[in-house]
Design a protein around this ligand. Structure first.
Ligand code: MG
Ligand code: MG
Length: 255
């Protein structure tokens, strides 16, 4: 079931979304060569505490997961696509880092992610990240009243495929609101004009993921959480929580 949010609820979701935006900005700023993934998690946790918000990630345990998620921030490095668990690993020059963060404030949840390079970037990584961001922008642009979920999926998939990248099968965005994962699912590839019609008050987390090697396949790391590319190539991820409104899409996690 899809809950349509009132304008007041969307304003409240924006407040949660801004905690997410601040935490991601702080974690990105803190990231550098020699900084550990656990330190980034701590930086994000501080923002959460200062805001009086809680984490929808910490302790989260979907059906595929062997253990509850142990952190507030997902950190996925190089060939890790999403769901990376922060470890003592210290970032190295040229690492491609994707961070994904959620916050719950006043009963509403925000969810957002971004990718960046630590130290000296490779041209190929910058192009990968830029494509994920461009796919996200295309998805958001299609998130308008009267369109359908398939229009968002098609917009994202078209950008990613045109760049020659793979799209992890079976992973994508989702409805969001009182809980992190709500209906409907928002695939990263699909046919235009298909699926649920978009209405004022729907809130969606739109989140393209791209695999540099062009394959769509992945596997879970031994930790059971981290999704890794099968071909060992690098991946990038970008995500915003967006409200669909008569006036156009409102990015609730805008930084
Ligand atoms: Mg996320
Ligand atoms: Mg999400």
């Amino acid at each position: 079931m899809v809950e349509l949010k009132t304008d007041t609820s969307i304003d409240a979701m924006y407040e949660a979304g801004q905690v997410v935006a601040r935490a991601l900005t702080a974690a990105q700023k803190a990231a550098g060569v020699g900084v550990s993934l656990l330190e980034l998690d701590e930086v994000a946790h501080d923002v959460l505490r200062e805001a009086g918000a809680t984490s929808p990630f910490l302790g989260y345990r979907p059906s595929f997961a062997p253990t509850p998620f142990p952190a507030v921030l997902c950190v996925s490095v190089n060939d890790a696509i999403v769901h990376g668990i922060p470890t003592r690993y210290r970032l190295r020059d040229g690492d491609l880092v994707s961070i994904d963060f959620g916050a719950e404030l006043g009963g509403w949840v925000g969810d957002s992610a971004l990718s960046f390079v630590v130290g000296t970037p490779r041209e190929a990584d910058l192009r990968l990240i830029e494509t994920a961001e461009r796919a996200l922008a295309a998805g958001i642009e299609a998130a308008v009243v009267g369109n359908r979920i398939g229009d968002i999926a098609h917009a994202i998939g078209t950008v990613c495929r045109a760049a020659g990248y793979g799209i992890p099968e079976g992973f994508g965005g989702h409805g969001i609101g009182r809980r992190m994962h709500e209906d409907p699912g928002v695939p990263n590839e699909g046919r235009p004009g298909r699926g649920m019609r978009l209405r004022h008050g729907m809130a969606l987390a739109i989140e393209p993921m791209v695999i540099a090697g062009g394959t769509d396949t992945f596997h879970a790391a031994p930790d059971g959480w981290t999704l890794m590319t099968d071909d060992g190539s690098r991946a990038a991820h970008a995500e915003h929580t967006v409200a669909i409104m008569e006036s156009g899409p409102r990015i609730l996690t805008a930084r």
